[in-house]
Write a protein that binds this ligand. Sequence first.
Ligand SMILES: NC(=[NH2+])NCCC[C@H](N)C(=O)O
Length: 255
Amino acid sequence: MQINEVINQTQAYYVNDNINQTKAVEQHSNLIHHMESIGIEVIKLNELEHLNEQVFTRDIGFTIGNTFFVSAMKEDIRKKEQNILLDWLQRNKVAYFPFETASIEGGDVIIDHSKVWVGISDRTSKEAVAVLQSQLPNHEVSPIKLRKDILHLDCIFNIIDAQTALIYPPAMDSDAYLMLKEEYTLIEVTEEEQFHLGPNVLSLGNKHVISLPENKRMNQKLTEMGFRITEVPFSEIIKSGGSFRCCTLPLIRTS
Ligand SMILES: NC(=[NH2+])NCCC[C@H](N)C(=O)O
């Protein structure tokens, strides 16, 4: 994992410093270890050395109800990741819906039962949102316009239990913010926490959340609200623009 080709703002910031690969691999293994230790079955796709973004598996697809949607990636380097996913889906006989035209990436798709929030970003288009809505007649798919410098919706918004969400309001359209405020108790993160991808925690259910040790204030606030925080170091991986949510892709949703 390295920053060779800059495809987002976080990478632009860290490109000279770049990624300590040994440390990145160690941090990623540690995340998997934590997940397995609480009974999550982790499936790893084949890794290809030259696919530097492959760790961000969240973006290549998403499950809604019983359907697995295969994303249409915007960046060429990431399109190559899809072959490995398609091969796995076919070998395991998992049916899927492939987005073929307009681009959409899983980091922009946040699912809450019958509500689906989709970031409109440089990576995800309005056209794709319309296709998604047509595939999901029993869901309400709502677009959320993101500020230009924001990569994906999950960099600024994440649902962590039935009624609570983390949010960085300045980076989204104000109408969308008001809509989300109606739905959730919103915990606002600071600019610095957003820069460190604070909202991109991994929510494991039952108020258990995996978060970065750097985001002390945010973690403390969550703890006070009754969440159980496991701090997992991920400093090398976030240099490429994604954190815990981006590095995971749930395959089964019960609702
Ligand atoms: N779900 C996410 N926020 N993913 C982050 C992906 C980061 C990756 N370097 C990219 O630019 O595509």
